[in-house]
Design a protein around this ligand. Structure first.
Ligand code: M6R
Length: 596
């Protein structure tokens, strides 16, 4: 999972565009970075470490040229070293290549190429590509044919870009890895994702699997696998460049936590009618679902899917939830009647895509619930519903989780054919209620109190159970401290053995039938000496029994847990802040996990 940027246009802008693009792509991988610039010859600079390390190592002059490509890496084959950083070149530095994805047949290709006399300088799967291009060039193929020949030999997932000396053309191709082209007034761009070039243009073309693109300063040519020219569809991105910056917050994560009221409003816009009590999702107008429903997802999106499955079951629609990496159609009954919903912020997660592709193969109806327009999930599923959260740069998912929850609530209402003004009123009130939590939360002080604990536990029942899992995931991924979430009733079946006076317990106790039982679990942990922080909309009933309270407004049993989660996001953020962690880019993690 890596980030690619390419540019061809004004020679004096190449350096700036590549480095701006790499900074915008660091969320996709940040263990090494590099650029290659084509002029009379190829110039390659690459370094292990973050983009800033590369930038510091670049010469102050001589990094402009006819065209350039750049790359941020998250290692899959070979550790993060200068040698393994992209771009990679052939033996004579006559082509430079960047790649995102995995070349599954690289070992066999490398063996054959080495037998033919090619010398490899890295441990990466990527390096086979420039050598394949070199081999085709030696057989007399011009650059485009050599690039196509190399691509046709690859098995696996890839987005690839290449430049040649003395040429202003950037060549690119994709298969199961994202690649988007940008049309500017001063040249053309390509990247793994729009934030890489959003500062320069908002007009984009999404490359499809199997297509090959050639961009020059004045032209953009797309061809299909057979070489026939394809007329591109140009989309306009609604985000402005400000959306991709931190807007004054210390971290993207904090900014994105505060963007949740706006994100939810955006998610609801034009989809709910207070007068009629109905939800209308235009994208799903032709979705015909009799059930059952199966959700597939990973990480935070899996927690949202657990929440969504419960919403459906409560309305009488059979619904199950699977970790995408555990989904296997030969062991799970799937038929043409089954609706398989992939919940995925990025729309590119390999495990989720693998599950959706299985479902597609056996003829199920598939639906992508995603944030990224034109993502693989959006394009490969029969139906797509966008959560409209806008770009999320922090590795920790925050606003996209809340948007997924709200989108799933709307989906449940649509699938159930529901008409409920109470539902619409509640969902429309959420943005203001989230704002209230953000404005009044004492989470920073609570975080200060408990930042030095040995471990943390999160408990909740019903709709609060997935929120407990999410609260623990958020805290562990950005604070590097042990944290576990449990359905509150499970505590006494094992985890209670871990509870001590040095393990604070965050208890989600929101109004509804299970509050009394969760309070019983609070008593159990208190008896073992654990401090308890209650996240609650009934502080009068709960406050006496616990050490600290994080209050939320009441939004009914289904929606109060969405508000409770905002408090847990803030606690995680402030504990990680206090511990001085790398909040937006936690160690060992990446935003978009495109390997399985
Ligand atoms: O893009 P996706 O929603 O498919 O990503 C799935 C997980 O990798 C993701 O939710 C991950 O758990 C979060 N970034 C953690 O905060």
């Amino acid at each position: 999972m890596c980030g690619i940027i390419g540019y061809t246009g004004q020679r004096e802008r190449v350096h700036d565009v590549l480095l701006t693009g790499l900074a915008g792509l660091e969320y996709r991988g940040y263990d090494s970075a590099g650029i290659a610039v084509a002029d009379e010859s190829l110039t390659v600079h690459k370094r292990a470490g973050e983009v800033a390390t590369l930038e510091a190592a670049l010469p102050t002059e001589g990094v402009d040229g006819l065209a350039g490509i750049g790359h941020t890496r998250w290692s899959t084959h070979g550790p993060p070293t200068d040698a393994n950083a992209h771009p990679h070149t052939d033996c004579d530095a006559q082509v430079a290549v960047v790649h995102n994805g995995i070349i599954e047949n690289y070992a066999a290709l490398r063996r054959d190429l080495e037998a033919e006399g090619h010398t490899f300088t890295s441990e990466t799967d990527t390096e086979v590509i420039p050598h394949l291009i070199e081999a085709a060039r030696e057989r007399g193929a011009p650059p485009e044919a050599a690039f196509r020949d190399a691509i046709q030999q690859l098995e696996g997932s890839y987005a690839v870009a290449a430049v040649f000396p003395d040429s202003e053309t950037v060549y690119a191709a994709r298969h199961e890895s994202p690649l988007v082209l940008g049309l500017g007034d001063d040249g053309h761009y390509l990247a793994s994702d729009v934030p890489a070039f959003i500062d320069f243009t908002d007009r984009v073309v999404y490359l499809e699997d199997g297509q090959l693109a050639q961009i020059t300063p004045s032209a953009l040519v797309i061809t299909d696998e057979q070489g026939a020219v394809v007329t591109p569809t140009v989309d306009r991105i609604a985000w402005d460049p400000e959306d991709a910056g931190k807007a004054g917050y210390d971290h993207y994560m904090l900014k994105e936590i505060h963007e949740q009221p706006a994100a939810i409003r955006q998610c609801l816009r034009g989809r709910v009618s207070e007068l009629e009590g109905t939800v209308t999702i235009d994208e799903l107008a032709d979705l015909d679902c009799e059930g059952p429903v199966q959700f597939v997802a990973c990480g935070t999106s899996y927690h949202a899917a657990l929440y969504g499955a419960r919403l459906l079951r409560e309305r009488g629609i059979p619904a199950q939830c699977f970790l995408a990496s555990e989904y296997a159609v030969d062991s799970i009954p799937v038929s043409a009647e089954t609706l398989v919903v992939g919940v995925t912020q990025s729309g590119e997660t390999a495990d989720t895509m693998g599950a959706l592709r299985q479902a597609n193969r056996v003829g199920a109806t598939t639906l992508a619930l995603t944030n990224v327009v034109g993502s693989s999930a959006a394009r490969e599923c029969d139906h797509v519903m966008y959560i409209r959260a806008g770009p999320e740069i922090g590795v920790a998912a925050t606003k996209t989780f809340a948007s997924q929850q709200v989108a799933l609530a709307m989906l449940a209402s649509v699938l159930a054919g529901e008409r409920s003004t109470a539902f619409v009123e509640r969902v429309r009130a959420l943005p203001d209620q989230i704002q209230q939590v953000l404005d009044e939360s004492p989470a920073r002080a609570v975080a200060e109190t408990y930042a030095d604990a040995d471990a943390y536990f999160f408990i909740g029942r019903g709709y609060n159970a997935p929120v407990a899992l999410e609260g623990a995931l958020k805290l562990k991924e950005i604070s590097y401290t042990h944290a576990e979430g449990f359905a509150a009733g499970e505590l006494k079946h094992g985890p209670l053995a871990l509870v001590t006076e040095r393990t604070p317990v965050f208890a989600l106790v929101t109004s509804g039938s299970s509050a009394a039982k969760t309070l019983g679990n609070v008593k159990e942990v208190e008896a073992r000496g654990a401090p308890v922080v209650a996240v609650t909309d009934i502080p009068n009933e709960v406050g006496q029994a616990v050490d600290d309270v994080l209050e939320v407004p009441s939004a009914g049993p289904r929606f109060t847990p969405i508000l409770a989660n905002i408090q847990l996001q803030l606690v995680a953020y402030w504990i990680a802040h206090r511990l001085g962690r790398s909040i937006d880019k936690p160690r060992n993690l990446a935003k978009s996990v495109t390997v399985d």
